[in-house]
Design a protein around this ligand. Structure first.
Ligand SMILES: N[C@@H](CCC(=O)N[C@@H](CS)C(=O)NCC(=O)O)C(=O)O
Length: 233
C-alpha cells in the first residue's frame, strides 16, 4: 500500500497520475499547504523540504516502510517498484531521464516563479514578471520544437516525462502563466492526447474540489510564501 501525502497542485498531480497509471493501491493523506500542515514534524520526517508530494510505501525495498520525497524521485521509485513505465531499452530510458530532469530543473521552477510573480507576489515587480514569463515561453518553445518531431516528450512512447510535465502545462495553468497555447501547436496537440488518458483524468481529479482559485488568504500567503517558510520547523 502506498500512502500519498498530497494536495491538488501540479506537483501533487504528478504522483496521483503516476499511481493511477501503474495501478497501485494507495490512500491519500491530505497535507493542507494553505493551512501550514507541511510544517508538522511528522510530515517533515518524510518530506524534509516541507513540500508535497511525498509517499510512504508500507512495503518498501527491504520489506519495511520506506518514504520518498521529491516528485521526480517518486515517479522513478514507482516505475522501478512496478516495472511499469520503465523502458527496457536503454536509449529510451535515457531519453526519458533527460526529459524528466528537464521538467524538474526547468519547467517546475521557472513556471512556478512565473506564476508567483504574475499572480501572487505582494508587490508588482515588472522585471521579475518579464524574466520568468520569457523563461516560461522559452521553455514552451523547447517543448514545441521537440513535440514537432516526437509524439511524446521522450520519444514514441508515453513516459514519466509526460506525467511530470502535463500538470504544469494543463489548461488550468495557461492564464496564470500568461500562455497563449495557440502559439505552441505541438504542445497543444500533445497536451490534449495526455489529458485524454483515463489515468490522467483520475489523477487530476484526486481532491480537485480543494483546488483554490482567486487570491490566497493572508494566512495561506504566509504559509506558502511568507514568514512561515523561513522559520525553523
Ligand atoms: N521539487 C519539489 C517541489 C514540490 C513543491 O513545490 N510542492 C509545493 C506544491 S506544488 C508545496 O508543497 N508547497 C508547500 C510549501 O511551499 O510549503 C517536487 O517536485 O516535489
Amino acid at each position: 500500500m502506498i500512502h500519498l501525502y498530497y494536495w491538488p497542485t501540479p506537483n501533487g498531480h504528478k504522483a496521483s497520475i503516476m499511481l493511477e497509471e501503474v495501478e497501485l493501491d494507495y490512500e491519500v493523506y491530505p497535507i493542507n499547504i494553505l493551512e501550514g500542515e507541511q510544517f508538522k514534524p511528522e510530515f517533515l520526517d518524510i518530506s524534509p523540504n516541507n513540500r508535497i508530494p511525498a509517499i510512504v510505501d508500507t512495503d518498501g525495498p527491504d520489506g519495511e516502510p520506506y518514504s520518498v520525497f521529491e516528485s521526480g524521485a517518486i515517479l522513478l521509485y514507482l516505475a522501478d517498484k512496478t516495472g511499469k513505465l520503465w523502458p527496457a531499452d536503454k536509449i529510451k530510458m535515457y531519453h526519458m531521464m533527460q526529459w524528466l530532469m528537464f521538467q524538474m530543473g526547468n519547467v517546475g521552477p521557472m513556471f512556478g516563479q512565473n506564476g508567483y510573480f504574475q499572480g501572487y507576489a505582494s508587490e508588482d515587480v515588472p522585471h521579475a514578471k518579464q524574466r520568468y514569463h520569457k523563461e516560461t515561453k522559452r521553455i514552451y518553445n523547447v517543448m514545441d520544437k521537440r513535440l514537432a518531431s516526437s509524439e511524446y516528450l521522450a520519444g514514441d512512447d508515453y513516459s514519466l516525462a509526460d506525467i511530470a510535465t502535463y500538470p504544469w502545462t494543463m489548461p488550468r495553468q495557461w492564464a496564470l502563466h500568461k500562455i497563449d497555447i495557440d502559439e505552441f501547436p505541438n504542445v497543444k496537440r500533445w497536451n490534449a492526447t495526455v489529458a485524454d488518458r483515463p489515468a490522467v483524468k483520475r489523477g487530476v481529479a484526486v481532491m480537485a474540489e480543494n483546488i483554490k482559485v482567486g487570491d490566497p488568504t493572508d494566512d495561506a500567503f504566509d504559509n506558502l510564501f511568507g514568514n512561515a517558510q523561513y522559520q525553523k520547523h
